[in-house]
Design a protein around this ligand. Structure first.
Ligand code: GTP
Ligand code: MG
Length: 293
């Protein structure tokens, strides 16, 4: 009998939920950055073997909402948590356990589902610090098992995956075995462009940017034309994204095109522009259309 189920990823922003999702799935399904609040929509990452299908639900980081966007992100976290078969709580081993982690642990305990804890980024820790981080994680009192992992190097990930798969209920697979995620192609392409924006921007700008795919066309088997628009909230932010002499947008476009080519397996022509869309983060209608619900 096969096992299959959903594991929701709980953790503060930036602890490595998306990096871990990619490591478990074995390919890039979620974008990653060193800025908090990178993930805005739940992404199901699927890992299938002959014995089990594990669906990791990568989620926005748990945080106190400060606008309609982050309110919606937080609501999606709560919804997905309540629907999953188990929760995987991720802690940043480099930073240790803090009040945010205790808040999440209390919420998970109240939810009453199996919880597994992973202490991530142990590639940054020596032995004694790893032991301390594991002890602090275990003192949270949520979940019986604590796994040291490095989502970046893959260290400890197979043992964690084996354990999670054993927690899943018996049953048939919910996704075709070749599927890696439930994201539409347009959203994946837009996210890959946004990832390159996140890499190059600071302070408020990364949070104010959303990328929309306007048009995708395949004139030939080996060529895809993609038209993308980066939304910002203010003229000053547009100025930053375009950069002096258009240098910034050129560098974002060049890097994003490479990512799109890897994803699509064809050559890509990317037409990327920047548009001011005042207050999109507070606009329910726009957020609905962006699929952030
Ligand atoms: N050294 C090290 N860095 C890591 C590891 N896992 C993630 N990171 C880095 O931590 C940062 C955040 O990673 P993400 O995977 O985007 O974190 P997240 O929890 O999904 O963040 P949000 O989506 O913002 O909630 C990135 O710079 C990653 O490269 C790890 O195991 N080791
Ligand atoms: Mg993320």
């Amino acid at each position: 009998m096969t096992r299959s189920g959903f594991v929701a990823l709980a953790g503060r922003p930036n602890v490595g939920k998306s990096t871990l999702t990619n490591a478990v799935v074995g390919t890039k399904v979620a974008i990653v950055s060193d800025k908090p609040q990178t993930t805005r929509r739940p992404i199901r990452g699927v890992a299938t073997t002959p014995d089990y299908q594990l669906v990791l639900v990568d989620l926005p980081g748990v945080q106190r909402p400060k606008d309609v966007l982050t309110e919606r992100m937080q609501r999606s976290v709560e919804r997905e948590m309540s629907e999953a078969d188990a929760a995987l709580m991720i802690i940043n081993g480099e930073e240790g356990v803090g009040p945010g982690d205790r808040f999440i642990a209390a919420a998970l305990t109240a939810a009453g589902r199996p919880v597994v804890v992973a202490v991530n980024k142990i590639d940054r820790l020596d032995r004694p610090r790893t032991v301390l981080a594991l002890q602090a994680a275990s003192d949270l009192g949520v979940g019986e098992d604590v796994f040291p992992v490095s989502a970046r190097t893959g260290l400890g990930v197979p043992a964690l995956v084996r354990h999670l798969s054993e927690l899943m209920p018996e049953g048939p697979y919910m996704f075709p075995p070749e599927d890696r995620s439930d994201q539409s192609e347009d959203v994946m392409l837009a996210e890959l462009v946004r990832e390159q924006v996140l890499r190059r921007t600071f302070q408020e700008v990364p949070h104010a940017v959303e990328v929309i795919i306007d048009h995708v066309e395949r004139p030939r088997d080996d060529l895809t034309l993609v038209r993308a628009v980066a939304w910002v909230e203010a003229e000053s932010q547009k100025g930053i994204l375009v950069g002096a002499g258009g240098r910034m947008i050129k560098s974002i476009g060049t890097a994003a095109r490479k990512e799109l080519q890897r994803e699509l397996g064809t050559r890509v022509h990317l037409d990327l522009s920047v548009r001011v869309r005042r207050g999109w983060r507070g606009d329910d209608g726009l957020l609905d259309r962006l699929g952030i619900e």
